[in-house]
Design a protein around this ligand. Structure first.
Ligand code: HEC
Length: 91
């Protein structure tokens, strides 16, 4: 039993590492947050500019959209982080 649990854990880790790694290599110019932002936020309206809103204003907007999109919380957080890190002119 312990052996199986350990094996499953290792498999999960390998998958996580493998997944992130290969994506990072194939599109290394995009951080994960930007990738999620670009693939999720431009389908209904044009892709908003990160500097459109302030750090605190992005949070409820992305959360509201994440609800519409059925987005996982992890991706929601990545998108929020990306937007907050790229709105330097409107912090
Ligand atoms: C399912 C369609 C859809 C997707 C996908 C979508 N939006 Fe929107 N978005 C809307 C609609 C509809 C409005 C206008 C609704 C409103 O103003 O309440 C809007 C409005 C906005 C606004 C202006 C609203 C404000 O309060 O300033 C921003 C900024 C925005 N979206 C950002 C995003 C981001 C970031 C994503 C990705 C997480 C995203 N949108 C994905 C439909 C979508």
């Amino acid at each position: 039993m312990r052996y199986i649990a350990g094996l499953l854990f290792m498999l999960a880790m390998v998958q996580l590492a493998g997944c992130g790694g290969s994506k990072a290599i194939s599109r290394k110019t995009l951080v994960p947050g930007e990738r999620e932002f670009r693939s999720n936020c431009g389908s209904c309206h044009s892709l908003p500019s990160p500097s459109e809103l302030t750090d605190s204003a992005w949070v409820p907007v992305v959360k509201q959209h994440a609800g519409m999109l059925d987005l996982e919380q992890e991706k929601e957080q990545l998108i929020i982080q990306f937007l907050q890190q790229h709105n330097r002119d409107n912090p």
